[in-house]
Design a protein around this ligand. Structure first.
Ligand SMILES: [Zn+2]
Length: 153
């Protein structure tokens, strides 16, 4: 459950209730302000981080999102079905397929190491062409965008 909330970048409901309860006590003493809300949210995020640092579950997600505050503030990052599968390691990589008895070995056929999400994204040369293609498209997009802005001035 903790990994799911970090993955989605959403505060766990128990922490939200705890935060509101804590803030409610404070509201008797001073009026609510943006600063007060921010103070409590920062406090809650630190508390959430303490929990996230110490629990045993969801370590696949932990490897990607070490800092819950950083993940929480990346509202633009939408965790789609496929991205979630990738981050949690529930994809059709050989390690997973091997766990289900669907392939004989958990190893990457090209490099002979465990075929994990980390291997595919960071190490495996099998998708090098895909990375190069993405980089080329990104470079083209940046050049076109710069060109458009330079032309407008
Ligand atoms: Zn590989």
């Amino acid at each position: 459950m903790e990994a799911l909330t970090v993955l989605a970048g959403v505060l766990p409901i128990d922490l939200l209730i705890w935060e509101r309860n804590e803030m409610f006590e404070e509201l008797w003493r001073r009026p609510p302000t943006t600063t007060l809300k921010k103070e409590y949210r920062d406090h809650t995020l630190r508390f959430w981080q303490d929990i996230w640092d110490t629990i045993d579950k969801g370590r696949e997600v932990f490897r990607v999102f070490l800092d819950v505050k950083d993940r929480y503030r990346k509202k633009w990052l939408r965790t789609t079905y496929y991205l979630s599968q990738l981050i949690t390691g529930h994809t059709n990589f050989r390690t997973k397929l091997h766990q289900f008895g669907l392939v004989e070995t958990p190893q990457c056929p090209a490099f002979g190491v465990e075929d994990t999400v980390q291997h595919i994204l960071l190490e495996c040369g099998r998708i090098e062409d895909l990375w190069l293609s993405l980089l080329a498209q990104l470079a083209e997009y940046v050049i076109e965008t710069l060109d458009r802005h330079m032309t407008l001035k």
